[in-house]
Design a protein around this ligand. Structure first.
Ligand SMILES: Cc1cc2nc3c(=O)[nH]c(=O)nc-3n(C[C@H](O)[C@H](O)[C@H](O)COP(=O)(O)O)c2cc1C
Length: 216
């Protein structure tokens, strides 16, 4: 089994989400001898650029797809897009661990998402005009840390100021790209109630990760 771990915290050994993800993957490895983990830290890995050239190539890709059913060949920034999509397609299962930044995801994870969400490659459109994900029901595990506490349910489940776009957005992208079962471990609050409370929160998340990882 080949698991792609997309890691979205720059804090290395200090990272709550990475620590819980590592416990999840260790339990998964113990239950699955021969497990291969492909680790992609979006802060460290120098993601391919996707700017002026990539955006215009995406539009040319769509036009070519509609005209001939064939997408664009690898060239320039589009080569980076195709390489990241291949890496994602090659994974049997995917783990995303992420800090919450400003109620959502850190910007390099959004960069990654902007690379891999591509028509004809990771999603399509059916005859009714609906989006259809092309990732063939791969399982997705989310491991999400946040300094404050967020209630489940979106939108309107919180106090109007603290709104959880992190889980909601990643779940939306997961469904859009055609992931199958989605698991989620929330590590919260890691900051708002002080270090002693945070230690208990992290211990509980580590225990949840060991259990979930063994059955991933
Ligand atoms: C730039 C930045 C923005 C943050 N924004 C939020 C936020 O909007 N809501 C929140 O609850 N915590 C926020 N936090 C706190 C982190 O989500 C929290 O410390 C989390 O546990 C960090 O995960 P990590 O240790 O895996 O990096 C922010 C932290 C940083 C560094």
């Amino acid at each position: 089994m080949n698991v792609l771990h997309i890691e979205a915290s720059p804090r290395g050994e200090q990272s709550n989400s990475s620590r819980v993800a590592n416990a999840f993957l260790a339990a998964c490895a113990a239950a699955n001898p021969g497990l291969v983990v492909d680790r992609l830290n979006v802060f460290d890995c120098n993601l391919p650029a996707f700017g002026r050239e990539g955006a215009s190539q995406k539009m040319a890709h769509i036009a070519k797809l509609m005209a001939s059913g064939e997408g664009l060949e690898a060239a320039g920034e589009w080569s980076g897009v195709l390489a990241e999509i291949k890496r994602l397609q090659d994974a049997d299962k995917v783990v995303i661990s992420s800090a919450m930044w400003n109620f959502s995801i850190p910007y390099p994870l959004k960069h990654y998402i902007d690379l891999v969400c591509q028509p004809g490659l990771t999603f399509g459109v059916n005859a009714k005009g609906q989006y259809v994900g092309l990732l063939k029901g791969k399982p997705l595990q989310l491991i999400l840390s946040r300094g404050s506490e967020y209630r489940t349910g979106f939108p309107g489940a919180d106090d109007g100021i603290k709104t959880d776009y992190q889980s909601a957005y990643l779940r939306h992208i997961g469904a859009f790209l055609g992931f199958g079962e989605v698991g989620e471990i929330q590590i919260q609050p890691t900051d708002a109630k002080g270090p002693q409370h945070a230690a208990g929160v992290i211990e509980a998340a580590l225990a949840e990760a060991r259990e979930a990882g063994a059955h991933f």
